[in-house]
Design a protein around this ligand. Structure first.
Ligand code: HEM
Length: 400
């Protein structure tokens, strides 16, 4: 099995990966397997993610986004366009919105839970976290669509851009179709909004449209490209909430504490429990970069290594989260760690949605935690089932 197909199966093998990474951290912190370099120590992982001149993204996922007609910041290396787009996203996705986002997601979650209440059973993925994220895309980002369709689009594009390391033709084909449909849908929304007589509602898409008045480069195509940050919302939120709940359910004492915090409305504590739980099964165990011209990793340390031109770098964030040199007693569950666990990446591509997610994830998790006697459904339904190996498909929970 190739290195990339091994990692494609990461969803079900986090404990195995953790053990493998722990060995590598000790014996070969910058390990070479042909053209693949696996970097496992905390400092080196940060170093790789910081140095965007030496370690680039275009060859990893940027070219795929371009082929799909959707180039956006995550796939762009240092350039005027990347700086410009990133600054624009920061102007329209504002820290001041967090209160609004909290209220929005809380009410979305409450609706979904109310619907499930008579059945005393809820699926964490499709009828809860994934659907809640689709509603956030509609309400906060201003991109409403048929909910099922939006889920399919997000899945297909995410799968092609970030997961399809072996360039599977079916996955590629689905991604291309979805990208085209999304582009047409968003272009239609932009036209519609511009023709609207009444003042536009306040949402991210409409803010971008409003910015066109005094931003020469922001044509409709640039608006469409930037609103595609919505592709970071649905799969990520859904997976993170599912992994967090699953990890909490594995630790009854921790679950009881987190539940108490949720019941008390202590969202800071729920936040700390959620992101510590995520460390044990993070959203992604590695972040990939390409090294076009060769570079040195671990410079000045005993494990300093020259990386040949044309290598793919696996910056193992999962390993960094368990590196005892930086993360004290890494195998212990310690909510509220002060160390950056890099759940949202690091350096120039640090997640645009991190502040939003630090609100939405705890809210969605708390919505479930508050359910009386929350527990797994019996049998395999009560465990995470994955689709295409990395996307949670279901995790059924029961309550009284
Ligand atoms: C809990 C949910 C989320 C997780 C775990 C997550 C994770 C990440 C990670 C690890 C990266 C860096 C990837 C890399 O360096 O290659 C990233 C980048 C990004 N994320 Fe998120 N994300 C989440 C939610 C969101 C949301 C809600 C948005 C919506 C705005 C978003 C938009 C983006 C964008 C636009 C980038 C690229 C930033 C840049 O290149 O400047 N993400 N995310």
């Amino acid at each position: 099995m190739s290195m990339s197909s091994y990692f494609k199966g990461w969803a079900t093998s986090t404990p195995v990966l953790r053990t493998a990474f722990s060995v590598l951290r000790n014996v070969a912190p910058v390990a070479r397997f042909g053209k693949t370099i696996v970097v496992t120590r905390y400092n080196d992982v940060q170093d790789v993610l910081l140095r965007e001149d030496a370690f680039t993204v275009h060859e990893i996922d940027g070219y795929k986004m371009e082929v799909m007609g959707n180039p956006f910041v995550l796939g762009m290396d240092a350039s005027e366009e990347a700086t410009r787009d990133r600054a624009m996203l920061q102007q329209v996705i504002k820290r001041e919105d967090l209160v609004l986002i909290r209220n929005m997601i809380r009410s979305i979650a409450a609706d979904l839970i109310q619907q499930a209440a008579p059945k005393k059973q809820i699926d964490t993925v499709d009828v809860y976290a994934r659907l809640a994220a689709v509603r956030l895309v509609a309400q906060y980002f201003g991109v409403p669509a048929d909910e099922k369709k939006m889920m399919e689009w997000q899945r297909a594009i995410f799968n092609e851009a970030f997961v399809n390391l072996n360039n599977d033709k079916t996955v590629h084909g689905r991604g291309m179709v979805a990208a085209k449909e999304v582009a047409v849908h968003i272009a239609g929304l932009i036209t519609q909004r511009k023709q609207q007589q009444q003042p536009l509602e306040d949402n991210v898409l409409n803010r971008l449209i409003a910015k066109q008045a005094d931003t020469a480069w922001l044509d409709d195509d640039a608006v469409r490209r930037n609103i595609l940050c919505i592709l970071g919302v649905v799969e990520n939120t859904s997976k993170v909430v599912t992994h967090v709940i699953d990890q909490l359910l594995r630790r009854p004492e921790v679950l009881a504490q987190a539940r108490q915090a949720a019941v008390n409305g202590d969202m800071d504590t729920v936040h700390d429990y959620a992101f510590e739980a995520l460390r044990f099964n993070p959203h992604n165990p590695v972040i990939l970069r390409f090294c076009k011209n060769g570079a040195v990793i671990g410079s000045g340390t005993p494990h300093e290594k020259k990386i040949p031109a044309g290598s793919t770098i696996y910056a193992a964030t999962l390993s960094a989260m368990f590196d005892p040199s930086t993360v004290a007693a890494p195998n212990e569950f310690r909510p509220g760690r002060k160390v950056d666990c890099m759940h949202f990446g690091y350096g120039p591509h640090l997640c645009t949605g991190r502040y939003i997610s630090e609100v939405t994830v705890p809210e969605l998790v708390a919505g479930l935690l508050k359910l009386p006697n929350l527990r797994r459904a019996p049998g395999s339904a009560g465990r995470i089932v994955y689709e295409d190996l990395v996307f949670p498909k279901s995790l059924t929970l029961q309550f009284d």
